[in-house]
Design a protein around this ligand. Structure first.
Ligand code: ADP
Ligand code: 5GP
Length: 262
């Protein structure tokens, strides 16, 4: 039986800490409270017998005011307004790629994460656009270097999401879409709990088989592996935030648009 497997324990990186951001209103309030307390402290000291130690209080207060902007700065430079991560999953042949192509045509501002894979290109697939097609030893090297946000083996090939590009785009405020299989989606859920996950279902299992065969791109062996894996993936559909049945193409597109932008 072909199993999708996650990264081996010895090479898997710890999940990323999801960046957090103090609300700017909270920061403004925090600063105002500190300012008020500081002024109060200095006025009280000036009026009481702490007068002689006024310089100490001013020094203490100025230290607080120095530290605060450092924390504010960290929030603006390291955690700029965050974008959103969307994870699109579903069995092979359900129509994810076709749906995504249409979504990207309509919304070029979305960033689609191009994965790396050890699978051979299908006819018409372009390196760097559909996937980065790489050799298995290169893939393994990237895994050990921690270059993937997630990765998994699927139907005999490895697939992985380049970490840095995704994080950079999310941190620059973009909507980033990953189209990945179940194990990878689970890894992203752990490292990016705020990601929105969408599972695309076929109207029926026989229609899924028709679509894989109709695509005419996979060998009999690959079709069998994908169908076997499809059963396991469909059984996990309830783990996802949103489930969409891709029966009527336009209807499914509208539902995906809603899920991405709401
Ligand atoms: P995936 O990316 O999920 O593996 P594809 O996008 O390659 O799937 O789609 C598999 C096949 O199903 C393609 O031939 C595509 O044209 C077809 N397809 C996609 N959506 C529908 C739909 N709603 N109704 C009928 N055929 C569809
Ligand atoms: P295909 O070979 O049909 O292009 O893709 C096979 C499966 O691998 C699909 O379910 C697809 O969504 C998934 N996949 C594509 N890229 C990635 C990736 O970067 N990571 C993971 N985990 N799965 C991926």
């Amino acid at each position: 039986m072909v199993q999708a497997s996650g990264p081996a324990n010895n090479i898997r990186r710890e999940p990323d800490a999801h960046p957090t951001r103090l609300d700017s209103l909270e920061l403004a309030l925090l600063q105002a409270v500190h300012l008020f307390c500081g002024v109060l402290l200095v006025v009280l000291a000036a009026k009481t017998r702490l007068k002689n130690h006024l310089y100490l209080l001013i020094h203490f207060f100025s230290r607080i005011m120095q530290v605060l902007p450092i924390h504010n700065g960290a929030n603006t430079t390291e955690c700029p307004p965050l974008g959103k991560l969307i994870v699109l999953t579903g069995p092979s042949g359900v129509g994810k790629g076709t749906l995504m192509n249409e979504i990207l045509k309509r919304y070029p501002e979305l960033h689609y994460s191009v994965s790396a894979t050890t699978r051979s290109p299908r006819s018409g697939e372009i390196d760097g656009k559909n996937y980065y097609f790489i050799a298995r030893n290169k893939f393994e090297q990237l895994v050990t270097q921690g270059e993937f946000l997630e990765w998994a083996e699927f139907a005999g090939n490895c697939y992985g999401t380049p970490r840095e590009a995704v994080l950079n785009h999310v941190q620059s405020g973009k909507l980033v879409v990953l189209e990945i299989e179940l194990e990878g989606a689970r890894q992203v859920r752990t490292s990016f709990p705020s990601a929105r996950s969408i599972f695309i279902l076929p109207p029926s299992f026989s229609e899924l088989e028709n679509r894989i065969r109709g695509r005419g791109q996979d060998s009999e062996e690959a079709i069998a592996r994908r169908l076997q894996r499809a059963e396991e993936e469909i059984a996990a559909a309830n783990e996802f935030d949103i489930k969409i049945i891709n029966d009527d193409f336009e209807k499914a597109l509208t539902e995906i648009e809603k899920a991405i932008f709401e």
